[in-house]
Ligand binder design. Structure first.
Ligand code: ZN
Length: 436
């Protein structure tokens, strides 16, 4: 089944509900760059798509980095002098500094305060904080709660451990007609935060599941990795396949209602950049930004030693909305319909990627006689008959081996899919041949 035909069968509301349900299921899990939270998350993803789950042992050298010791946490709380829990990890896992060392002691407020992170500017919200590299223990709470704490003793407990284990990531490869592939990456290392990064996971999982229902031209590779260390690890284990990557996208922040933002790859003129510019051109409010070396895993994919054609698609970019990295990035902040919209946009992107090939006119000396091949229809019922006729002429005219289908679409000002259909019809009539 062709991608365009299959897209017509999508029930957008059902797709949105399914993505939201996945986000809901993943929300309570305490993820980090290593540990059982990532494993549990990948197992749930595996119930949607046949994911390979890879474990890379602590201490493994990955370029300039090393796989860290694994962090796991079972419980954490702060109790007041009456034994009441005033902070409970089981109610919200953001309350614990991610990668916190274990602790169990009774300390005065002044001492406790040294281990508390708050957001004085957003006093109702609990921040998300990590300490992957500096060993310390800590809690996160709302600033209002901290200000209200009485000057007494508090009992703190964090039941966690940091010890040799492994880093876990997931990978799903879909074999297409060609070895050339499209890489889709999203991070899986954030605990209870929705837009960052459950929306990216939910959309990517559903895209992958969709692609298993068609026979794609390109091969697709979806990777679900912890941020930074995960992409560096994946790159270090897959250098041999990087030459096959024709297009690539880092996906995240796809569940809010803002317009789309695309960040170009480092070269700023790769095929991925061109296609995103084309697809977003008529999306109101959308914005295309130039490369910068800050952000998500595109930093690693586009580092000069790889320089892959990988850009990043988000709605509101990270750090630019008040809910970012706080307890307000919860299930109320995202919606199924926003994720469904992101999903459909990405299917449009894949459609253009799938169709963006080069063809050669096999009858380049004069126009071929279209009438005798049934390709010139004077009497047509379709309203776009005239456009179709023009599409045939544009494809024949520019299929000299130098123009991609997107070049032709941009020049002709005709719908991309109409041109692709015209090319298929010309191919069937032996007037066109695809070149690689
Ligand atoms: Zn983040």
């Amino acid at each position: 089944m062709e991608i365009t035909n299959q897209i017509k069968n999508i029930d957008t509301i059902q797709a949105g509900n399914s993505m939201y349900a996945l986000a809901e299921r993943l929300y309570p899990i305490c993820r980090s760059i290593t540990g059982n939270g990532v494993r549990e998350t990948l197992q749930i993803i595996k119930s949607y798509i046949p994911l390979d789950i890879i474990e890379v042992p602590t201490g493994t050298k990955v370029f300039d980095w090393e796989i860290p010791e694994e962090w796991n946490i079972r419980d954490a709380w702060i109790k007041d002098d009456k034994g009441e829990k005033i902070i409970d990890f089981k109610k919200l896992n953001l309350h614990v500094l991610n990668y916190s060392t274990p602790v169990e002691e009774t300390i005065p407020l002044e001492e406790l305060k040294k281990h508390i992170f708050t957001l004085p500017g957003q006093p109702d919200l609990v921040p998300y904080r990590t300490s992957y590299h500096n060993r310390q223990w800590g809690f996160c709470m709302s600033h209002n709660q901290l200000v209200g704490l009485e000057n007494k003793n508090y009992k703190v407990k964090i039941d966690s451990d940091i010890k040799p284990g492994s880093l876990t990531y997931g990978e799903f490869y879909i074999q297409g007609e060609t070895k050339a592939e499209i890489l889709v990456s999203c991070h899986v290392c954030h605990p209870s935060l929705c837009n960052d990064n459950l929306s990216g996971i939910a959309v990517a999982v559903h895209l992958a599941a969709f692609l298993t229902t068609i026979k794609p031209h390109f091969s697709y590779r979806f990777i679900f990795i912890p941020g930074t260390i995960g992409s560096i690890t994946w790159l270090s284990r897959n250098e041999n396949i990087l030459k096959n990557i024709r297009y690539g996208l880092v996906l995240n922040l796809l569940g809010d209602s803002s317009p789309f933002h695309y960040k170009k790859s480092r070269r700023e003129n790769t095929a991925t950049d061109t296609i995103l510019a084309y697809v977003l051109a008529d999306k109101e409010g959308s914005e295309i930004r130039n490369w910068s070396p800050y952000g998500y895993d595109e930093r690693q994919f586009c580092s000069p030693g790889f320089d892959l054609p990988v850009g990043r698609l988000s709605r509101k970019p990270h750090g630019e909305f008040p809910e970012y990295h706080t307890s307000a990035d919860n299930l109320d902040f995202i919606s199924g319909s926003n994720m469904a919209q992101s999903y459909l946009l990405l299917l449009d992107v894949f459609t253009v990627m799938e169709g963006n090939r080069k063809w050669i006119n096999l009858n380049p000396k004069g126009e071929p006689q279209l009438g005798k091949r049934g390709l010139y229809k004077n009497v047509g019922g379709q309203s776009n008959q005239q456009d179709y006729q023009m599409a045939i002429l544009w494809v024949l005219s520019l299929s000299d081996g130098n123009h991609t289908m997107l070049d032709i679409a941009n020049k002709a000002g005709l719908p991309f899919n109409l041109l692709v259909n015209a090319a298929h019809d010309l191919e069937k009539a032996d007037l066109l041949k695809e070149i690689n």
